[in-house]
Ligand binder design. Structure first.
Ligand SMILES: *Cc1c(COP(=O)(O)O)cnc(C)c1O
Length: 388
């Protein structure tokens, strides 16, 4: 079924008309000169979004998860130790991927709703005087819980321990929606995908490799072929790919970064913060709480909203979809049934956000929750009206 309603899952996100047109291209020979005019501007645009001049950017036909694998397989060897925090479904999956690659993972368990405890990282890294830990993994925005972690603080923890580990950051649901400073934060591999902040269909793993990460490839021995960064690097030098690229998707990325840079990155981030703040006002008016434990952890790309005890949040998601044709995110893993998620990243306006809040209210009322229609909408309206 086709609906004009916006989508409120935290990725894939709403596609602006210009993005849909950009990915819809006649077949182009990817070995022709025209491809260079698509590939290089897309890469340059991503570098600006990552705020890096030092890193090299690679675009794999894959998704964010493939970006995780690119980070691991290019820089690490079987048996290497990595340090990671588990505070939600996505950080958990990345840890699982490490384990399946034969890496030893020191897992710092945090509550779902908490951020990465940088002080625990610092303690562990300080004790690791033999530098057994080869990489530190951080999920910038835990999409399952709507928690944004302080990446600068994690970098500061690594520095305080004077530890040489590589620093990998999953920015799949933050990059392009919230501030990300690859160079300033000393991120060695930044990972994202096309279908969240970049407002495109799923299909690209987007990764940035620092010079230090590129150097690590030479001694890392994990098996890799499809995701070998060196083949991609060699291809880019002659305007090509080691295999067949999705030209339309890369053209979409070129246009997406253009759109974002034309709006101004700081304006894009401010828009996300404004829309998210309005959603949070509605949550307060509903007398509900976010899964994120404190305001410093509130994500500007997704809100995970705890529903009252005994209420099945998944039923709300299913009802909104079947009755109103509007999609919200459900609870994943440990929080399944306990919360629903409103994705508010990518191409979104105040007015679109209000429609999502109104639909959530109708669904809550339909399912018997004690909610005054319009309460959350009014709280958000008041905020949007007075801050526009
Ligand atoms: C969506 C997401 C992923 C997975 O990306 P896919 O594109 O679905 O492979 C990884 N990490 C985070 C934080 C995400 O939000």
């Amino acid at each position: 079924m086709h609906s004009q309603n916006p989508i409120f899952i935290p990725g894939p996100t709403n596609m602006p008309e210009a993005m849909r047109r950009a990915v819809d291209m006649p077949t182009m020979d990817h070995r022709s000169a025209g491809f260079a005019d698509i590939l290089h501007p897309a890469i340059d645009g991503v570098k600006q979004v990552l705020k890096t001049t030092l890193a090299e950017v690679f675009l794999f036909p894959s998704t964010g998860s493939g970006g995780w694998e690119t980070a691991l397989s290019n820089t690490l060897s079987k048996g290497d130790t990595v340090l990671a925090c588990q505070n939600g479904m996505f950080s958990q999956k990345w840890i699982d991927m490490c384990q399946r690659h034969g890496l030893e993972v020191i897992v710092v368990e945090a509550e779902w709703g908490a951020g990465i405890p940088a002080d625990r990282f610092e303690e562990i890294l300080t004790k690791d005087t033999n530098h057994k830990i080869k990489a530190v993994l951080a999920t910038h925005n835990e999409t399952a819980t709507g928690v944004v972690s302080d990446i600068a603080a994690v970098r500061a923890a690594i520095n305080a321990a004077a530890h040489p580990a590589l620093f990998f950051v999953d920015g799949v649901s933050s990059i392009g929606s919230m501030d990300f400073r690859m160079d300033e934060w000393g991120v060695d591999v930044a990972v994202t995908g096309s279908q969240k902040g970049f407002m495109l269909p799923a299909g690209l793993a987007i990764v940035g490799f620092s010079p230090k990460a590129l150097a690590a490839i030479e001694t890392a021995t994990l098996p890799r072929w499809y995701f070998d960064v060196r083949d991609m690097q060699a291809g880019y030098k002659i305007n090509g790919y080691p295999y067949t690229p999705q030209v339309g998707m890369i053209n979409g990325l070129k246009q997406a970064t253009r759109l974002m840079l034309a709006e101004g990155l700081e304006n894009v981030f401010a828009r996300h913060e404004r829309i998210a703040t309005g959603v949070r006002k509605a949550v307060v008016a509903w007398d509900m709480a976010l899964c994120a434990q404190s305001p410093d952890l509130y994500s500007n790309s997704v809100s995970a909203i705890m529903t009252p005890k005994g209420f099945d949040a998944n039923a709300l998601v299913a009802h909104a979809s079947s009755k109103y044709d509007v999609s919200f995110g459900g609870g994943l893993g440990a929080v399944a049934g306990k919360l629903f998620r409103i994705g508010h990243l990518g191409s979104l306006t105040d007015v679109m956000a209000l429609s999502g809040l109104a639909t959530a209210e109708m669904s809550m009322k339909d399912l018997g929750l004690d909610i005054a229609l319009g309460a959350g909408v009014a709280a958000a309206q008041e905020y949007y009206r007075t801050t526009a």
